[in-house]
Structure formats: structure tokens, C-alpha cells
Write a protein that binds this ligand. Structure first.
Ligand SMILES: [Zn+2]
Ligand SMILES: [Zn+2]
Length: 398
């Protein structure tokens, strides 16, 4: 079929499945569940995809609320859409979980695209995968999915997020989380201080070491820490103290170097006081986000075609996300779609009024169309797929 006809067909399909796709957003928005507890949300999506003849693995790779749903064959590329559906804690008078990050919208756009493409199978050889990726806000289960090989056979990944503006310059910092635990020796702080080994001194010296280190680091590095255990009483030499740090940098490669230096500060502090040191990662490590330029340009063209405009030139203020790890495991398209003219930002109470609004739903349909156009283009151009792959290999080396 010619490209215009294919796109016309997609538009018709999106119209006929619009209510069903909007229901995904409604259901998840109205059943907010915290990370790793998204039993209702994941089951709702799995049941729906099963109805549309997807082959299901649920739970997936030992993660209870993760799933993998496939449609298609082995005779072409495999393209994945990542659904998120975890809510944030503490909104409203009762401080309840709520979808203040709009993950209901992410689920509807990615599952919706899967459903639409499953009705277009005569137009492509290959496979579409809808993957359920829980707990983005907390443990970041995409990291575990990457480590367990979920993306080994995936040639491209698509996901977008609701945001305060249209922005295709998404960035995220690589991040490690370090916990330093110092074991010293307790003694009476006035009578026998010389018998003690002061674990709190080790913590303080770690902070001092890191403060000195900052001057020697590149500008993009962020190190922020807290003391999690600082002793029991002033008249006891503290024997068990600990601190936690997030260490971030623009690139994983440099972060590995910085993390080693930070650990050396703790090692040095232990040597100075004589305390024993244990080093642990207390959360998953995130890689920086590298959006595949070829995928981004195809998506940009089609997002514009369905009516999105005014893409911001502002560099997004970077946090860290588990999509970063995905972007090192498979070529990834990720970006932001603006809502409410930037009045409300994600994680704000006010954003709840927009995350499942009429405007949000209109934009679900638009994104589903743009994703579907883009993916069919990719399925039908070996040249484009090769370019995507080549660029991906390049950024992995760097
Ligand atoms: Zn969030
Ligand atoms: Zn989010």
C-alpha cells in the first residue's frame, strides 16, 4: 500500500479503537498503584492485549507486574513499546497514591500503538512487542529487565512522556547510589575515648573528602548525600554509622571513574579512623539517556504531521531514569509531549487535573498515529533500520 493510504488506514483504525485506547488511560488513572504493586493495572493491560491476540508472558522475567506481549513473526525487525503504570505516593487530603506523573497516558499511547499495528500486519514483516515496565518512580525495573536480557532481540524502542512542553531534547544523567557503612568500636566518650574507634568521624571525613574532590571534577557531575546513621548518644563513641550518596554525571563512562573516586574517599576515611567499611549500592544504577537520532527524526516528522508543533529548544532539566539503561540496550526514541500550556508540571498536585483530561486523550490518539506511521516506515526500510543500528553501535562505543 502507498504511504498515504497506509496512514489513512491508521487514522481510521485509531478512530475505531479510540474509546478502547482511552479506557486504558481511564482505568489506570482511576486505579493508582505504587511501583511494583501495579497488579490491577498490569492485569488490565494484559487482558486487553490477550483479547487482541497478542502472545503473553506475565509475569515476565520474574517481575510480578511486568509483562511482555508479542504480535507478529520472526521475518523482520522487532520493535517495542514500553508501558509504564506506576503512581506516585501522597496526593490529596488523604495523601493517597495518584498518577501525578501521567504514567496512565504512557500506557495508553504505547499499548494503543501495539493494538493499532496488530491490525496492520499485512503491511509489515516482523514483530511488535508491548512491554510492561513497572516501578519507574522507585526501583526502575527497566534496569532489571535490561540486565535479564529483555531487550536482546529488540531493534528499536518507542516511548513518550507527558510534560510541560513539547520537547524532543530529552536527557537524563547516569546515576549510581552508594551507601557507606562504617563499623568502629564504642567506648565511653569522656572516660575512655582512646579505646574507641569513631565511625562518625569516618562519615564526616567521607563528606570532607568528597567536598575536596568536587574541585577536581567535570561540571556535569552532581554528588549529593545524607547521613543515615550518626550515633546513639553524645557520651558514646559512635560505633556504627552510615551515609548515602547519589552520584550523577552526563555519561556512564565518566560516572564510573567518578564513582571510584567517591568510594576512595570513604576508603580513605576508614583508613584514617581504623573503622571497617562496607560499600553497597542501595538502588539500581541508571545510565544516561541517549536518544537515537534517526528514530527521533522519523518520530519528529510524524509528530509534526499529526499536528504537534512548537517543539522547545530548551535543554530539559535532567534527572535520571531507567529509560537510560534501555537506551544502551536497544536504539531508543524518547521525548515529551506538552500539556496545559506548562501551567502544571509533573509530580505537582495540579498536574492531576491534566494527566487524564480531554486534552491528554486527544494527544494519546495523536501520538498513537505518529508512532504507528513511524514504525511502519521503519519496518519497510532496511536502509533506515541499518542507519538506526549503526548510530546505536557508535554511541555504545563512546
Ligand atoms: Zn515521575
Ligand atoms: Zn514519569
Amino acid at each position: 500500500m502507498r504511504e498515504e493510504l497506509v496512514q489513512e488506514r491508521i487514522d481510521q483504525l485509531v478512530k475505531s479503537y479510540e474509546t478502547e485506547i482511552e479506557n486504558i488511560s481511564d482505568y489506570i488513572f482511576n486505579h493508582p498503584e505504587l511501583g511494583a504493586e501495579e497488579y490491577k493495572s498490569s492485569k488490565f493491560i494484559v487482558d486487553l492485549l490477550e483479547k487482541h491476540d497478542f502472545r503473553i508472558q506475565y509475569p515476565y522475567l520474574g517481575i510480578d507486574t511486568s509483562f511482555r506481549a508479542e504480535f507478529g513473526d520472526e521475518f523482520g525487525p522487532t520493535i517495542a513499546f514500553l508501558a509504564e503504570y506506576d503512581a506516585l505516593p501522597g496526593y490529596g487530603e488523604k495523601k493517597e497514591p495518584a498518577h501525578a506523573c501521567g504514567h496512565n497516558w504512557i500506557a495508553a499511547t504505547t499499548v494503543g500503538t501495539g493494538i493499532i499495528l496488530s491490525k496492520m500486519k499485512e503491511e509489515f514483516k516482523g514483530k511488535i512487542v508491548v512491554m510492561g515496565t513497572p516501578a519507574e518512580e522507585t526501583i526502575g525495573s527497566k534496569v532489571d529487565l535490561v540486565n535479564k536480557g529483555a531487550f536482546k532481540d529488540i531493534d528499536a524502542v518507542f516511548q513518550m512522556h507527558l510534560y510541560e512542553e513539547n520537547n524532543l531534547r530529552a536527557k537524563a544523567l547516569a546515576m549510581d547510589s552508594w551507601e557507606f557503612e562504617f563499623i568502629g568500636k564504642a567506648s565511653h566518650a569522656a572516660a575512655y575515648p582512646f579505646d574507641g574507634i569513631n565511625a562518625l568521624d569516618s562519615v564526616n571525613l567521607t563528606f570532607a573528602g568528597i567536598s575536596a574532590l568536587r574541585q577536581q571534577l567535570k561540571q556535569d557531575v552532581r554528588i549529593h548525600g545524607i547521613i543515615t546513621k550518626g550515633g546513639e548518644a553524645p557520651n558514646i563513641i559512635p560505633d556504627h554509622c552510615s551515609c548515602k550518596f547519589y552520584v550523577r554525571a552526563q555519561k556512564r563512562k565518566y560516572l564510573d571513574i567518578v564513582s571510584e573516586k567517591v568510594k576512595n574517599c570513604a576508603r580513605g576515611a576508614a583508613l584514617m579512623t581504623g573503622a571497617k567499611l562496607e560499600i553497597k549500592k542501595f538502588e539500581n544504577s541508571f545510565d544516561d539517556l541517549v536518544v537515537n537520532k534517526t528514530l527521533l527524526e522519523i518520530a519528529r516528522k510524524n509528530l509534526e504531521k499529526v499536528g504537534f508543533e512548537n517543539f522547545s529548544q530548551r535543554d530539559e532539566i535532567p534527572g535520571s531514569t531507567d529509560v537510560g539503561n534501555v537506551s544502551y540496550a536497544a536504539p531508543t526514541m524518547y521525548g515529551n509531549i506538552g500539556i496545559a500550556d506548562g501551567i502544571a508540571k509533573v509530580h505537582e498536585e495540579e498536574f492531576l487535573g491534566y494527566a487524564n483530561s480531554k486534552e491528554a486523550k486527544e494527544k494519546i490518539s495523536m501520538v498513537v498515529k505518529a508512532f504507528s506511521y513511524s514504525v511502519l516506515e521503519l519496518f519497510n526500510s532496511k536502509e533506515l533500520m541499518d542507519k538506526v543500528k549503526e548510530e546505536f553501535e557508535q554511541h555504545r562505543i563512546y
